[in-house]
Design a protein around this ligand. Sequence first.
Ligand code: ARG
Length: 474
Amino acid sequence: MTDEQHRRTPTRLWGGRFEGGPSEALARLSVSVQFDWRLAPYDLLGSRAHARVLHRAGLLTEDELDRMLGALDDLEEACRTGEFRPAVADEDVHTALERGLLERLGTLGGKLRAGRSRNDQVATDLRLYLRDHVRQIVSRLVELETALIAQADQNMGVAAPGMTHLQHAQPVLFSHQLLAHVQAYARDVDRLRDWDKRAAISPLGSGALAGSSLPLDPEAVADELGFDAAAANSMDAVSDRDYAVEFLAAAALIGVHLSRLGEEVVLWASQEFRWIEMDDTYATGSSIMPQKKNPDVAELARGKCGRLIGHLTALLTTLKGLPLTYNRDLQEDKEGVFDAVETLLLVLPAMAGLIATMRVNTERLEALAPQGFALATDLAELLVRRGVAFREAHEVVGHLVVWCQVNDKDFGDLTDDELAKVSPHLTPDVRDVFSVQGALAARKAYGGTSPERVGQQLTALRSLADDHASWAAS
Ligand code: ARG
């Protein structure tokens, strides 16, 4: 668009005191409608509430209010069908929608801006957008929780190697590991619900920064828009972006959790692990190696974490040192937020599908579970129950492990004599603990991997996921 076209643009919201139009370079830098158009439905909600308040304040007649609401309905429908679209000359979503209103109502369309600034408008729109989309994200998180819970249920009782340092440590139920991931996503949902309480504050009525001299009713607007309260300080209301930062922090942590699950799936699907087989519908092939089946979903989930963390860092950096109140820097709050929302809405269903459709190689998991002397702790604890100091028990079992490694034997292959040779504490009956199922059953305290405890955990998580689903529908 040329300077001349910009000068002629009818939609600028601030042309009055300017002789010429903006330079092309300024216009290009300033324009945000290409991304903030996503806020249009929320801006229209705010406009309806504001129109009613203007009417109650005696600033719109009954007839004007009716025409205004009718035009807003019509404009909303036109936005929905794509019949009304932002133009290149529209600086932002608020400008575009005011143009839509002017096109429908003539001068009456210009009355809606009374007592309202884009500063309180944009802050309101972004809160409405986020509160709506956070519920969609929670719905997708519930699908992932549900997929993990279903796999945990189907594979209940299957032992797996539990790892620390990616080395075999102690056997666990594979279900216990799957539910460990559910615990993380459940905390994510909890965080978003907690976030929602602080996000439920309406900035509308704050005007540019100081409130309005017109008799508006911010509390009524807050109520109509589903907020819990109106902002207590207009200066804070137009400059606060904590809700965006907190959302991005929660999104970044979801990204971290997805990357950790993604990494495990990549390992599990590898030739070396072979714990799971991915369904063809959630795996990809190689353009050159016909035999390949690649875990791209899990890798993209892992990889996309980078941008989620980046958006949090970027917004914090933008906000640092900003004086009160509104500064145009704040326009930078939106693209990261939109991208974080859209990234999560893209990744979560793919991960849920990958988990729901994977086949667990239960025989291999069971066979791997005791490997790497994974029952060594159980043996040491047996000696402790017989009165041996843990320090000595640890030593004895350590020696036994070395002896086995040197002689290429596993715990289960040892004869009575061989046991006795390593230590007199190792009587033949210590073999009782060389059982994976026994080791699992023994970990029966709350939070442990015994089948009974994991069963209880599964039941509790199932009802938690139901609770999450009903919140998302609220
Ligand atoms: N597009 C702007 C933003 O996203 C809207 C607020 C503009 N306010 C102003 N005083 N120029 O922040």
